[in-house]
Design a binder for this molecule. Sequence first.
Ligand code: ZN
Length: 272
Amino acid sequence: MRDWARCEADVVRLMNRHFTRGRGGARIQHIVVHYNDADGSVEDVWNWWQTRKASAHYQVESSGRVGQLVWDRDTAWHAGLWSENLRSIGIEHANRRDGTISEACLDNGAHLVAALCRLYGLGRPQWNVNVFPHCHFASTSCPGQIYGSQKDAYISRAQLWYDRMGAGGAASASPAPTAPSSDIDSLAREVIAGKYGNGDDRRRALGANYDRVQARVNEILGTGSKPRTRAVDVDALARAVIRGDYGNGEERKRRLGANYAAVQRRVNELLS
Ligand SMILES: [Zn+2]
């Protein structure tokens, strides 16, 4: 993965059919785990799903390489049950002939489960609570040995990654209704990356954080309606500071307010 905390896959190979845009108002609540019933690559599954009316959000290869085929905000056709498609993220895993998955595939698949549980605030991974085998929803052998001989190994690895990721404090690490301000910035960057869709989808996904995140998005994109500090003539203020118009220390800080950091940086530049 390029970025575990943001769930950015190694490769993005988006489906052009056999998925549905948006989630019909549903919230992401589950992860559904699949196996290919073959040893596929990201490109292989993309090709298979051109003719099969199916898709999933992610494919984990035997090498551990991860591909995104449907954005999390869209509905992939994987669970065999429409209501479940709407509220879940589907992860496909390449498997060997006996239905087991490689160590690299297990490790990265479980890590991806953990990362998604963190990103979407789903809680610590647990079978049939927030992580489901495909066979829970449909009559199928899927996900093979991931829910057979590797069932405990898979979920305990996901829990291990989930706990480890918690130490770093990922964006949606806690089920608390509002995020600390350091996380508002990462949420805003995820919004810009498209993780939370638009309009009502975005509002619902961000919940209590919506207003603060949206304000930060506007700041980053420069589309905010309120006057922004950047509009201030930092250079002129810096020259006034050097002339002594703004005093020193705390007084300078207080008088420059929100512009202080930018102006002080410019002062230091001018004086260096
Ligand atoms: Zn399946």
